[in-house]
Design a protein around this ligand. Sequence first.
Ligand code: KIV
Ligand code: ZN
Length: 511
Amino acid sequence: MDYGKIIHIFDTTLRDGEQAPGCSMNLTEKIAVARQLERLGVDVIEAGFPASSPGDLTAVKAIAQLIKDATVAALCRALKTDIDKAWEALASAVRPRIHIFLATSPIHLRYKLHISPEQMLEQAVAAVSYAKQYCEEVEFSAEDATRSDLDFVAAVFSAVIKAGARIVNIPDTVGYALPQEFAALVSAIKERTENIEHVQLSVHCHNDLGLAVANSLAAIEAGATQVECTINGLGERAGNASLEEIVMGLRVRHNFLHADTAICTEQLYVSSKLVSQVTGVKVQPNKAIVGDNAFLHEAGIHQHGVLANRETYEIMKPESIGIPQQRFVLGKHSGRHAFETHLQSLGMPVDPALLDKIFLQFKELADRKKEVTDSDVTALVMGISGTVSEVTWKLDRWVVNSGSSLSATSAIRLQHKDGRLIEKVSVGDGPIDAAFKSINQIIEKEPVLELYELSAITSGEDAQGQTMVKIAWNKRCWNGRGVSTDIVESSIKAYLAAINALEWEFGSTAD
Ligand code: KIV
Ligand code: ZN
């Protein structure tokens, strides 16, 4: 088959996706997502923004060491200090890429950067030249390109290509463009940029008007060779272009677009599930490609048609994106081998050193629940993996009392990583408040609880409750997620997960 041109997929779930409210991931979760992106076959994994926090630096470093089959990119501003940090993180990557961004639009230059267009151009060229001493592959992004002067963007691209940029990227940073307009912009930039034929032309679309995927496909038709996107369309505000929609758009409409990607589409469903699990951000049921309803046929006339011939109402097969045709039910009689095989089918091969521990927890859960679902299993793996390297405080035991005629009280005992056991008793405005107050006393910090969200991750009376919390301390925020069949316990676990992320970054007061 003639695949036409092959479009490079630059995944930014771990950077732009992670910037979305409530989407931050811990190190173990980022590594699990990076591994899955490699299995999915993306060309580039943007692993983070190392200068933005020590946690990001560590995560990019870890991913750069691990990933062998994809380029690993790190974002940085057009500053020497940021570029140094990006390289510190990327140095061990098999295929490293330094990704520099600087805005070109009048509004950003004037109000955010306080520099003239001439200074911007000079800074962009200096940054690319500086990055080239470290790394052959340097990408330059003209932030807010769609609200910039076209000739200016072309002049900046011509100059950074001369300085050594191998990829130039046109971001629709605020999701403002319309498809025909964006295609015209890409064509014009191709025409007006010197030596553009020797580099890759990339686009990066945000979804503020719901057009990120349409704009990306229009850009491909106009000559873009790389698209930047995220799993489930996660990202700042309304998100980025959804990777699975772009990939399947190209695959299903190959007859029109004459382009394809190297993505293994059978890994799309697992990737979506994994990202949803680790971020706690649910996929809307009617989301294209990976939503729960994407392949459901409700109306009788549709069901009739599909039974006669699936193609009456289906333009792609669920198997082509890896939706399991046979649901494999795990329960208390499942053995270790079946459990391990199931983890692999979910895209979560587990370190053999951890498997025994996870299997034991699975058995305990299976005793409490009739059926252990994929969401339960993912939560279990992430929960355990998350406790391997980054835990300062471990829950040892807890008792919480509450009722209509007494104040809620809690007694919580935590174990510090140095082995000490500390217990505190508190009174609170409800059981969760009391529990969190006990924890605050133990850790000797009082973070602000910015978000608390409780939901059922599976259905039925024995469903597991998932709690998401966001805490703020010292002008920084951390998320935590906890899962249990007991909602007080899931809340305590979520709070502790966020506290452990905080301690990992700042060091424990009790150290
Ligand atoms: O949206 C944007 O402009 C970006 C750049 C950093 C590429 O994310
Ligand atoms: Zn972006």
